[in-house]
Design a protein around this ligand. Structure first.
Ligand code: ADP
Ligand code: GLC
Length: 490
Protein backbone atom coordinates (compact mmCIF):
# COMPACT_ATOMS: atom_id res chain seq x y z
CA UNK A 1 0.00 0.00 0.00
CA UNK A 2 1.45 3.37 -0.91
CA UNK A 3 1.67 5.99 1.80
CA UNK A 4 -0.89 8.68 1.05
CA UNK A 5 0.22 12.24 1.64
CA UNK A 6 -1.80 15.42 1.34
CA UNK A 7 0.59 18.19 0.28
CA UNK A 8 -0.93 21.58 1.08
CA UNK A 9 0.39 24.81 -0.40
CA UNK A 10 -0.65 28.05 -1.98
CA UNK A 11 1.48 27.59 -5.11
CA UNK A 12 2.50 24.76 -7.43
CA UNK A 13 3.81 24.69 -10.99
CA UNK A 14 2.39 24.51 -13.56
CA UNK A 15 -0.69 26.23 -12.12
CA UNK A 16 0.41 29.14 -9.93
CA UNK A 17 3.89 30.47 -9.12
CA UNK A 18 5.44 33.48 -7.45
CA UNK A 19 8.72 31.80 -6.50
CA UNK A 20 10.63 28.64 -5.72
CA UNK A 21 7.88 27.30 -3.46
CA UNK A 22 5.85 26.54 -6.58
CA UNK A 23 8.71 24.66 -8.26
CA UNK A 24 9.17 22.50 -5.18
CA UNK A 25 5.50 21.74 -4.51
CA UNK A 26 4.99 20.97 -8.19
CA UNK A 27 7.93 18.58 -8.27
CA UNK A 28 7.27 16.73 -5.01
CA UNK A 29 4.62 14.26 -6.27
CA UNK A 30 7.01 12.98 -8.94
CA UNK A 31 9.96 13.01 -6.53
CA UNK A 32 8.08 10.95 -3.95
CA UNK A 33 6.40 8.41 -6.23
CA UNK A 34 9.52 6.20 -6.64
CA UNK A 35 9.61 5.89 -2.85
CA UNK A 36 6.10 4.50 -2.49
CA UNK A 37 4.45 7.81 -1.61
CA UNK A 38 1.27 8.89 -3.39
CA UNK A 39 0.92 12.66 -3.14
CA UNK A 40 -2.27 14.63 -3.60
CA UNK A 41 -1.78 18.40 -3.75
CA UNK A 42 -4.33 20.80 -2.24
CA UNK A 43 -4.34 24.35 -3.65
CA UNK A 44 -6.57 27.40 -3.21
CA UNK A 45 -8.98 27.97 -6.08
CA UNK A 46 -7.34 31.03 -7.60
CA UNK A 47 -8.83 31.94 -11.00
CA UNK A 48 -5.80 30.49 -12.85
CA UNK A 49 -6.05 27.21 -10.94
CA UNK A 50 -9.79 26.84 -11.62
CA UNK A 51 -9.29 27.72 -15.27
CA UNK A 52 -6.74 24.94 -15.65
CA UNK A 53 -9.02 22.24 -14.23
CA UNK A 54 -10.40 20.05 -16.95
CA UNK A 55 -13.72 18.43 -16.13
CA UNK A 56 -13.41 19.04 -12.38
CA UNK A 57 -15.47 16.85 -10.07
CA UNK A 58 -17.02 18.43 -6.98
CA UNK A 59 -16.29 16.02 -4.13
CA UNK A 60 -17.39 17.99 -1.11
CA UNK A 61 -19.08 21.17 0.03
CA UNK A 62 -18.84 23.20 3.22
CA UNK A 63 -21.69 25.54 4.22
CA UNK A 64 -19.19 27.47 6.27
CA UNK A 65 -15.47 26.96 6.14
CA UNK A 66 -13.95 29.53 8.51
CA UNK A 67 -17.02 31.65 7.80
CA UNK A 68 -17.50 31.20 4.08
CA UNK A 69 -19.05 28.58 1.79
CA UNK A 70 -16.60 26.41 -0.13
CA UNK A 71 -16.42 23.43 -2.45
CA UNK A 72 -13.72 20.89 -3.00
CA UNK A 73 -12.92 20.03 -6.60
CA UNK A 74 -10.81 17.11 -7.78
CA UNK A 75 -8.59 17.11 -10.85
CA UNK A 76 -4.94 16.68 -11.72
CA UNK A 77 -1.97 18.93 -11.14
CA UNK A 78 -0.22 18.21 -14.41
CA UNK A 79 -2.43 15.73 -16.18
CA UNK A 80 -1.07 13.03 -13.93
CA UNK A 81 -0.77 13.65 -10.19
CA UNK A 82 -3.98 14.09 -8.17
CA UNK A 83 -5.06 17.60 -7.23
CA UNK A 84 -7.72 18.97 -4.89
CA UNK A 85 -8.78 22.58 -5.28
CA UNK A 86 -10.51 24.60 -2.59
CA UNK A 87 -13.09 26.63 -4.48
CA UNK A 88 -14.16 29.47 -2.19
CA UNK A 89 -15.00 32.45 -4.43
CA UNK A 90 -15.28 34.91 -1.53
CA UNK A 91 -11.66 34.17 -0.67
CA UNK A 92 -9.85 33.45 -3.91
CA UNK A 93 -11.82 34.73 -6.93
CA UNK A 94 -10.09 38.06 -7.34
CA UNK A 95 -7.70 39.85 -9.63
CA UNK A 96 -4.17 40.47 -8.43
CA UNK A 97 -1.39 38.26 -7.12
CA UNK A 98 -2.03 35.40 -4.68
CA UNK A 99 -1.26 37.47 -1.57
CA UNK A 100 -1.58 41.07 -2.68
CA UNK A 101 -3.97 43.34 -4.55
CA UNK A 102 -3.04 45.06 -7.78
CA UNK A 103 -1.40 47.88 -5.78
CA UNK A 104 0.86 45.35 -4.06
CA UNK A 105 -0.83 45.56 -0.64
CA UNK A 106 -1.46 42.34 1.32
CA UNK A 107 -5.11 41.30 1.14
CA UNK A 108 -6.66 42.28 4.48
CA UNK A 109 -8.35 38.90 4.84
CA UNK A 110 -5.28 36.76 4.25
CA UNK A 111 -5.76 35.25 7.70
CA UNK A 112 -9.17 33.93 6.61
CA UNK A 113 -8.06 32.88 3.14
CA UNK A 114 -5.31 30.69 4.53
CA UNK A 115 -6.97 29.57 7.74
CA UNK A 116 -9.63 28.14 5.42
CA UNK A 117 -6.93 26.27 3.50
CA UNK A 118 -5.60 24.77 6.72
CA UNK A 119 -9.09 23.93 8.02
CA UNK A 120 -9.95 22.21 4.72
CA UNK A 121 -6.69 20.23 4.79
CA UNK A 122 -7.38 19.01 8.31
CA UNK A 123 -10.95 18.01 7.41
CA UNK A 124 -9.83 16.15 4.30
CA UNK A 125 -6.91 14.36 5.92
CA UNK A 126 -8.80 13.47 9.05
CA UNK A 127 -11.49 11.77 7.03
CA UNK A 128 -14.20 14.14 8.29
CA UNK A 129 -15.58 14.61 4.81
CA UNK A 130 -15.08 11.08 3.60
CA UNK A 131 -17.91 10.11 1.29
CA UNK A 132 -18.00 6.66 -0.19
CA UNK A 133 -14.24 6.60 -0.18
CA UNK A 134 -13.76 9.85 -2.11
CA UNK A 135 -11.49 11.59 -1.53
CA UNK A 136 -9.52 8.96 0.33
CA UNK A 137 -8.23 9.86 3.76
CA UNK A 138 -4.55 10.47 4.03
CA UNK A 139 -1.81 9.04 6.19
CA UNK A 140 -0.04 12.36 6.67
CA UNK A 141 -0.38 16.07 5.93
CA UNK A 142 2.58 18.02 4.56
CA UNK A 143 2.00 21.77 4.87
CA UNK A 144 4.23 24.29 3.06
CA UNK A 145 4.96 27.75 4.46
CA UNK A 146 2.64 30.00 6.48
CA UNK A 147 -0.24 29.76 4.03
CA UNK A 148 -0.71 26.06 4.83
CA UNK A 149 0.67 26.05 8.36
CA UNK A 150 -2.70 26.22 10.15
CA UNK A 151 -3.40 22.62 9.07
CA UNK A 152 -1.35 21.08 11.92
CA UNK A 153 -3.05 23.43 14.41
CA UNK A 154 -6.52 22.32 13.28
CA UNK A 155 -5.43 18.68 13.37
CA UNK A 156 -4.20 19.09 16.91
CA UNK A 157 -6.86 21.30 18.46
CA UNK A 158 -9.98 20.65 16.41
CA UNK A 159 -9.72 17.35 14.55
CA UNK A 160 -13.14 16.92 12.96
CA UNK A 161 -12.01 13.59 11.55
CA UNK A 162 -13.76 10.48 12.71
CA UNK A 163 -10.60 8.44 12.74
CA UNK A 164 -8.40 10.68 14.81
CA UNK A 165 -5.61 13.04 14.04
CA UNK A 166 -3.02 12.53 11.36
CA UNK A 167 0.69 13.22 11.68
CA UNK A 168 1.85 16.41 10.01
CA UNK A 169 4.99 18.01 8.64
CA UNK A 170 5.55 21.72 8.10
CA UNK A 171 8.19 22.87 5.65
CA UNK A 172 9.66 26.35 6.02
CA UNK A 173 10.53 27.73 2.60
CA UNK A 174 11.13 31.19 3.97
CA UNK A 175 11.11 32.25 7.62
CA UNK A 176 10.61 35.89 6.61
CA UNK A 177 6.95 35.33 5.74
CA UNK A 178 4.97 34.37 8.83
CA UNK A 179 1.28 35.27 8.42
CA UNK A 180 0.56 37.25 11.58
CA UNK A 181 -2.80 38.82 12.55
CA UNK A 182 -4.19 40.54 15.61
CA UNK A 183 -5.96 38.59 18.37
CA UNK A 184 -9.37 39.76 17.09
CA UNK A 185 -9.30 37.09 14.37
CA UNK A 186 -8.90 34.23 16.85
CA UNK A 187 -12.62 33.78 17.72
CA UNK A 188 -13.34 33.39 13.99
CA UNK A 189 -10.90 30.55 13.49
CA UNK A 190 -13.15 27.93 15.07
CA UNK A 191 -10.45 26.74 17.44
CA UNK A 192 -11.00 26.01 21.15
CA UNK A 193 -9.82 28.67 23.59
CA UNK A 194 -6.89 26.51 24.69
CA UNK A 195 -5.35 26.90 21.21
CA UNK A 196 -4.61 30.56 21.96
CA UNK A 197 -1.48 29.62 23.88
CA UNK A 198 2.27 29.43 23.63
CA UNK A 199 2.12 25.85 22.34
CA UNK A 200 -0.66 26.77 19.89
CA UNK A 201 -1.43 29.65 17.55
CA UNK A 202 -0.71 32.60 19.87
CA UNK A 203 2.26 34.72 18.80
CA UNK A 204 3.13 38.15 20.19
CA UNK A 205 -0.41 38.60 21.44
CA UNK A 206 -1.98 37.74 18.08
CA UNK A 207 -2.26 34.75 15.77
CA UNK A 208 0.89 33.53 14.04
CA UNK A 209 0.17 31.04 11.27
CA UNK A 210 3.71 29.85 10.61
CA UNK A 211 4.31 29.82 14.36
CA UNK A 212 1.21 27.66 14.84
CA UNK A 213 2.50 25.12 12.34
CA UNK A 214 5.98 25.06 13.86
CA UNK A 215 4.49 24.47 17.31
CA UNK A 216 1.90 21.87 16.30
CA UNK A 217 3.47 19.80 13.50
CA UNK A 218 5.06 16.48 14.36
CA UNK A 219 8.11 17.42 12.31
CA UNK A 220 9.48 20.63 10.85
CA UNK A 221 11.67 20.70 7.79
CA UNK A 222 13.39 23.46 5.92
CA UNK A 223 14.97 23.40 2.53
CA UNK A 224 18.69 23.12 3.24
CA UNK A 225 20.87 21.85 6.10
CA UNK A 226 22.64 25.20 6.50
CA UNK A 227 19.36 27.15 6.75
CA UNK A 228 18.14 24.58 9.31
CA UNK A 229 21.14 25.60 11.44
CA UNK A 230 20.91 29.32 10.67
CA UNK A 231 17.29 29.67 11.82
CA UNK A 232 18.37 28.65 15.31
CA UNK A 233 19.93 32.12 15.58
CA UNK A 234 18.34 35.56 15.90
CA UNK A 235 20.00 36.73 12.67
CA UNK A 236 17.97 34.25 10.59
CA UNK A 237 15.15 33.06 12.86
CA UNK A 238 13.10 36.26 12.49
CA UNK A 239 11.84 35.87 16.06
CA UNK A 240 11.07 32.17 15.80
CA UNK A 241 14.60 30.98 16.64
CA UNK A 242 13.61 30.03 20.20
CA UNK A 243 10.84 27.77 18.95
CA UNK A 244 13.14 26.18 16.39
CA UNK A 245 15.71 25.45 19.10
CA UNK A 246 12.96 24.09 21.36
CA UNK A 247 11.76 21.72 18.63
CA UNK A 248 15.24 20.15 18.70
CA UNK A 249 15.52 16.91 16.73
CA UNK A 250 12.10 17.45 15.15
CA UNK A 251 13.71 20.01 12.81
CA UNK A 252 15.33 18.66 9.63
CA UNK A 253 17.14 20.27 6.69
CA UNK A 254 16.27 18.59 3.39
CA UNK A 255 17.71 20.19 0.28
CA UNK A 256 15.42 20.98 -2.63
CA UNK A 257 16.03 19.18 -5.90
CA UNK A 258 15.41 20.35 -9.44
CA UNK A 259 13.02 18.88 -11.94
CA UNK A 260 15.22 17.47 -14.70
CA UNK A 261 12.25 17.28 -17.07
CA UNK A 262 12.02 21.07 -16.95
CA UNK A 263 15.64 22.09 -16.35
CA UNK A 264 17.94 20.12 -18.63
CA UNK A 265 20.04 21.96 -21.23
CA UNK A 266 20.23 18.94 -23.55
CA UNK A 267 16.42 18.75 -23.81
CA UNK A 268 15.30 22.33 -23.20
CA UNK A 269 12.93 23.49 -25.94
CA UNK A 270 13.31 27.10 -24.87
CA UNK A 271 17.00 27.12 -25.89
CA UNK A 272 18.01 28.13 -29.41
CA UNK A 273 20.87 25.59 -29.13
CA UNK A 274 20.71 22.62 -26.77
CA UNK A 275 23.93 21.27 -25.34
CA UNK A 276 25.59 19.02 -22.79
CA UNK A 277 28.89 19.14 -20.94
CA UNK A 278 30.65 17.65 -23.99
CA UNK A 279 29.16 20.22 -26.37
CA UNK A 280 29.67 23.42 -24.41
CA UNK A 281 30.73 25.30 -27.54
CA UNK A 282 27.04 25.35 -28.54
CA UNK A 283 26.37 27.77 -25.72
CA UNK A 284 28.02 30.48 -27.83
CA UNK A 285 25.01 30.73 -30.14
CA UNK A 286 22.72 31.06 -27.11
CA UNK A 287 24.91 33.81 -25.70
CA UNK A 288 24.85 35.80 -28.94
CA UNK A 289 21.08 35.64 -29.15
CA UNK A 290 20.70 36.50 -25.47
CA UNK A 291 22.93 39.55 -25.86
CA UNK A 292 20.82 40.66 -28.81
CA UNK A 293 17.63 40.12 -26.80
CA UNK A 294 18.95 42.42 -24.05
CA UNK A 295 20.38 45.03 -26.42
CA UNK A 296 23.96 44.19 -25.45
CA UNK A 297 26.74 44.93 -27.92
CA UNK A 298 28.68 41.77 -28.85
CA UNK A 299 31.49 43.73 -30.54
CA UNK A 300 32.40 46.36 -27.98
CA UNK A 301 35.68 44.69 -26.99
CA UNK A 302 34.51 43.76 -23.47
CA UNK A 303 36.31 40.53 -22.64
CA UNK A 304 34.67 39.69 -19.31
CA UNK A 305 31.77 37.34 -18.58
CA UNK A 306 28.11 37.91 -19.35
CA UNK A 307 26.55 37.94 -15.88
CA UNK A 308 22.86 37.22 -15.52
CA UNK A 309 20.37 37.59 -12.66
CA UNK A 310 16.86 36.07 -12.52
CA UNK A 311 15.31 37.15 -9.29
CA UNK A 312 12.84 38.92 -7.11
CA UNK A 313 14.26 42.43 -6.65
CA UNK A 314 14.33 42.47 -2.86
CA UNK A 315 16.59 43.05 0.10
CA UNK A 316 16.67 39.29 0.79
CA UNK A 317 18.23 38.75 -2.62
CA UNK A 318 20.83 41.49 -2.07
CA UNK A 319 19.49 43.31 -5.11
CA UNK A 320 19.91 46.71 -3.46
CA UNK A 321 23.69 46.17 -3.62
CA UNK A 322 23.76 45.24 -7.31
CA UNK A 323 23.20 48.77 -8.68
CA UNK A 324 26.16 49.96 -6.57
CA UNK A 325 28.59 47.49 -8.21
CA UNK A 326 27.45 47.93 -11.78
CA UNK A 327 30.18 50.46 -12.63
CA UNK A 328 32.72 47.98 -11.26
CA UNK A 329 31.14 45.12 -13.23
CA UNK A 330 31.52 47.13 -16.42
CA UNK A 331 35.04 48.24 -15.41
CA UNK A 332 36.28 44.64 -15.30
CA UNK A 333 34.93 43.97 -18.80
CA UNK A 334 31.65 42.37 -17.76
CA UNK A 335 28.10 42.64 -19.05
CA UNK A 336 24.83 42.09 -17.25
CA UNK A 337 21.43 40.79 -18.36
CA UNK A 338 18.91 41.00 -15.52
CA UNK A 339 15.31 39.74 -15.35
CA UNK A 340 13.31 40.53 -12.26
CA UNK A 341 10.64 42.50 -10.54
CA UNK A 342 9.88 43.71 -7.05
CA UNK A 343 10.97 46.72 -5.04
CA UNK A 344 10.32 49.94 -7.00
CA UNK A 345 13.43 51.66 -5.59
CA UNK A 346 15.68 48.81 -6.72
CA UNK A 347 14.05 48.78 -10.15
CA UNK A 348 14.75 52.50 -10.49
CA UNK A 349 18.38 52.19 -9.36
CA UNK A 350 18.98 49.38 -11.84
CA UNK A 351 17.47 51.35 -14.72
CA UNK A 352 19.63 54.37 -13.86
CA UNK A 353 22.78 52.23 -13.74
CA UNK A 354 21.85 50.65 -17.07
CA UNK A 355 21.39 54.08 -18.65
CA UNK A 356 25.03 54.90 -17.79
CA UNK A 357 26.27 51.85 -19.72
CA UNK A 358 24.38 51.36 -22.97
CA UNK A 359 25.26 48.08 -24.66
CA UNK A 360 26.72 46.62 -21.47
CA UNK A 361 23.76 46.42 -19.08
CA UNK A 362 20.33 45.11 -20.04
CA UNK A 363 17.45 45.19 -17.55
CA UNK A 364 14.12 43.50 -18.11
CA UNK A 365 11.51 44.25 -15.47
CA UNK A 366 8.91 41.50 -15.35
CA UNK A 367 8.40 37.79 -15.03
CA UNK A 368 9.21 35.53 -17.97
CA UNK A 369 9.73 31.80 -17.47
CA UNK A 370 10.91 31.08 -21.04
CA UNK A 371 13.40 33.94 -20.99
CA UNK A 372 14.79 32.65 -17.69
CA UNK A 373 15.70 29.38 -19.46
CA UNK A 374 17.42 31.23 -22.31
CA UNK A 375 19.39 33.26 -19.76
CA UNK A 376 20.64 30.16 -17.94
CA UNK A 377 21.52 28.62 -21.32
CA UNK A 378 23.43 31.63 -22.64
CA UNK A 379 24.81 33.55 -19.66
CA UNK A 380 28.30 32.84 -18.31
CA UNK A 381 27.60 33.36 -14.61
CA UNK A 382 24.50 33.93 -12.48
CA UNK A 383 24.64 36.44 -9.62
CA UNK A 384 22.90 35.46 -6.36
CA UNK A 385 24.12 37.81 -3.59
CA UNK A 386 21.38 36.84 -1.11
CA UNK A 387 21.48 38.00 2.50
CA UNK A 388 19.67 34.81 3.37
CA UNK A 389 18.56 31.97 1.12
CA UNK A 390 16.64 29.00 2.52
CA UNK A 391 17.63 26.92 -0.48
CA UNK A 392 17.63 28.85 -3.72
CA UNK A 393 16.85 27.19 -7.02
CA UNK A 394 18.43 29.51 -9.58
CA UNK A 395 21.95 28.46 -8.54
CA UNK A 396 20.92 24.83 -9.10
CA UNK A 397 19.61 25.70 -12.56
CA UNK A 398 22.86 27.62 -13.16
CA UNK A 399 24.93 24.58 -12.19
CA UNK A 400 22.92 22.30 -14.49
CA UNK A 401 23.30 24.77 -17.38
CA UNK A 402 27.00 25.61 -16.88
CA UNK A 403 26.06 29.21 -16.01
CA UNK A 404 28.38 29.41 -13.04
CA UNK A 405 26.79 30.59 -9.80
CA UNK A 406 28.36 33.54 -7.98
CA UNK A 407 26.73 33.29 -4.57
CA UNK A 408 26.76 34.66 -1.05
CA UNK A 409 27.84 31.99 1.44
CA UNK A 410 24.50 31.43 3.17
CA UNK A 411 21.72 28.84 3.41
CA UNK A 412 21.29 26.54 0.46
CA UNK A 413 23.77 28.59 -1.56
CA UNK A 414 26.52 27.52 0.86
CA UNK A 415 25.36 23.89 0.60
CA UNK A 416 25.27 23.57 -3.17
CA UNK A 417 28.13 25.60 -4.67
CA UNK A 418 31.81 24.74 -4.22
CA UNK A 419 33.95 27.87 -4.31
CA UNK A 420 36.68 28.01 -6.95
CA UNK A 421 39.48 28.67 -4.47
CA UNK A 422 42.97 27.40 -5.31
CA UNK A 423 42.52 24.18 -3.30
CA UNK A 424 39.16 23.32 -4.89
CA UNK A 425 40.52 24.13 -8.35
CA UNK A 426 43.53 21.88 -7.72
CA UNK A 427 41.25 19.12 -6.47
CA UNK A 428 39.03 19.51 -9.55
CA UNK A 429 35.79 19.99 -7.59
CA UNK A 430 35.04 23.74 -7.91
CA UNK A 431 31.60 24.63 -9.30
CA UNK A 432 31.24 28.40 -8.81
CA UNK A 433 32.22 31.38 -6.69
CA UNK A 434 31.19 32.02 -3.09
CA UNK A 435 31.74 35.18 -1.10
CA UNK A 436 31.08 36.55 2.37
CA UNK A 437 29.55 39.95 3.05
CA UNK A 438 26.64 41.18 0.96
CA UNK A 439 27.97 44.69 0.46
CA UNK A 440 29.94 46.60 -2.15
CA UNK A 441 33.33 45.13 -1.21
CA UNK A 442 32.13 41.53 -0.97
CA UNK A 443 30.23 41.51 -4.25
CA UNK A 444 32.80 43.58 -6.18
CA UNK A 445 35.60 41.21 -5.12
CA UNK A 446 33.50 38.20 -6.17
CA UNK A 447 32.92 39.78 -9.61
CA UNK A 448 36.66 40.42 -9.98
CA UNK A 449 37.47 36.80 -9.09
CA UNK A 450 34.85 35.52 -11.52
CA UNK A 451 36.22 37.67 -14.34
CA UNK A 452 39.75 36.42 -13.60
CA UNK A 453 38.58 32.81 -13.83
CA UNK A 454 36.72 33.57 -17.03
CA UNK A 455 39.91 34.83 -18.64
CA UNK A 456 41.41 31.33 -18.18
CA UNK A 457 39.20 29.47 -20.66
CA UNK A 458 40.47 26.01 -19.78
CA UNK A 459 39.92 26.53 -16.07
CA UNK A 460 36.49 28.06 -16.71
CA UNK A 461 35.44 25.14 -18.87
CA UNK A 462 36.58 22.64 -16.25
CA UNK A 463 34.50 24.40 -13.61
CA UNK A 464 31.51 24.44 -15.98
CA UNK A 465 31.86 20.70 -16.50
CA UNK A 466 32.11 20.05 -12.77
CA UNK A 467 28.97 22.12 -12.27
CA UNK A 468 27.00 20.34 -14.97
CA UNK A 469 27.90 16.94 -13.57
CA UNK A 470 26.51 17.74 -10.11
CA UNK A 471 23.44 15.72 -9.19
CA UNK A 472 20.79 17.99 -7.69
CA UNK A 473 17.94 15.83 -8.88
CA UNK A 474 15.20 14.92 -6.42
CA UNK A 475 16.59 11.40 -5.95
CA UNK A 476 18.20 11.86 -2.54
CA UNK A 477 15.75 14.45 -1.20
CA UNK A 478 12.68 12.49 -2.32
CA UNK A 479 14.00 9.59 -0.27
CA UNK A 480 14.73 11.85 2.71
CA UNK A 481 11.09 13.06 2.77
CA UNK A 482 9.80 9.51 2.29
CA UNK A 483 11.95 8.29 5.20
CA UNK A 484 10.65 11.09 7.39
CA UNK A 485 7.02 10.28 6.48
CA UNK A 486 7.67 6.60 7.21
CA UNK A 487 9.10 7.41 10.63
CA UNK A 488 6.11 9.61 11.48
CA UNK A 489 3.52 7.06 10.41
CA UNK A 490 5.23 3.96 11.83
P1 ADP B 1 12.60 32.57 -4.24
O1 ADP B 1 11.58 31.50 -4.17
O2 ADP B 1 13.08 33.01 -2.91
O3 ADP B 1 12.21 33.71 -5.10
P2 ADP B 1 14.23 30.55 -5.62
O4 ADP B 1 15.59 30.64 -6.19
O5 ADP B 1 13.95 29.39 -4.73
O6 ADP B 1 13.92 31.94 -4.91
O7 ADP B 1 13.16 30.41 -6.77
C1 ADP B 1 12.85 31.43 -7.65
C2 ADP B 1 12.14 30.82 -8.84
O8 ADP B 1 11.45 31.84 -9.54
C3 ADP B 1 13.07 30.19 -9.83
O9 ADP B 1 12.38 29.16 -10.52
C4 ADP B 1 13.39 31.35 -10.77
O10 ADP B 1 13.83 30.94 -12.03
C5 ADP B 1 12.04 32.03 -10.83
N1 ADP B 1 12.07 33.47 -11.09
C6 ADP B 1 12.35 34.46 -10.21
N2 ADP B 1 12.19 35.67 -10.79
C7 ADP B 1 11.82 35.43 -12.06
C8 ADP B 1 11.48 36.27 -13.18
N3 ADP B 1 11.50 37.60 -13.09
N4 ADP B 1 11.12 35.67 -14.34
C9 ADP B 1 11.09 34.32 -14.44
N5 ADP B 1 11.39 33.48 -13.43
C10 ADP B 1 11.74 34.03 -12.25
C1 GLC C 1 11.66 30.24 -0.77
C2 GLC C 1 13.13 30.60 -0.53
C3 GLC C 1 14.07 29.93 -1.50
C4 GLC C 1 13.69 28.46 -1.72
C5 GLC C 1 12.24 28.35 -2.13
C6 GLC C 1 11.80 26.91 -2.35
O1 GLC C 1 11.05 31.07 -1.69
O2 GLC C 1 13.33 31.99 -0.54
O3 GLC C 1 15.39 30.00 -1.02
O4 GLC C 1 14.52 27.90 -2.72
O5 GLC C 1 11.43 28.88 -1.12
O6 GLC C 1 12.02 26.10 -1.21
Amino acid sequence: MPLKVLSVASEAVPLVKTGGLADVVGALPGALAPHGVETTTLLPGYPAVLAALRRPRAVHGWDSLVGTPARLLAGTLDGHHPLLVLDAPALYAREGAPYTDSAGRDWGDNWQRFAALGRAAADIAGGAILKRGKPQPFDLVHAHDWQAAMAPAYLRFAPHGADGRRPSVVTIHNMAFQGWSGAEVFPQLGLPAEAFAIDGVEYHGGVGMLKAGLACADAVTTVSPTYAREIRSAAFGMGLEGLIVARGDAVHGILNGIDADVWNPSADNELPARYGHRTLERRRANKRLLEAEFGLDPDDGADGPLFIAVTRLTWQKGMDVLPEVIDHLVGIGGKLALLGSGDAGIERALMQAAARHPGRIGIRIGYDEALSHRMQGGGDAILIPSRFEPCGLTQLYGLAYGCLPVVARTGGLADTVIDANPAALAAGCATGVQFDGVDYDGLAAALTRTAALYRQPEVWERVQKNAMKCDFSWKASGKAYADLYAALTA
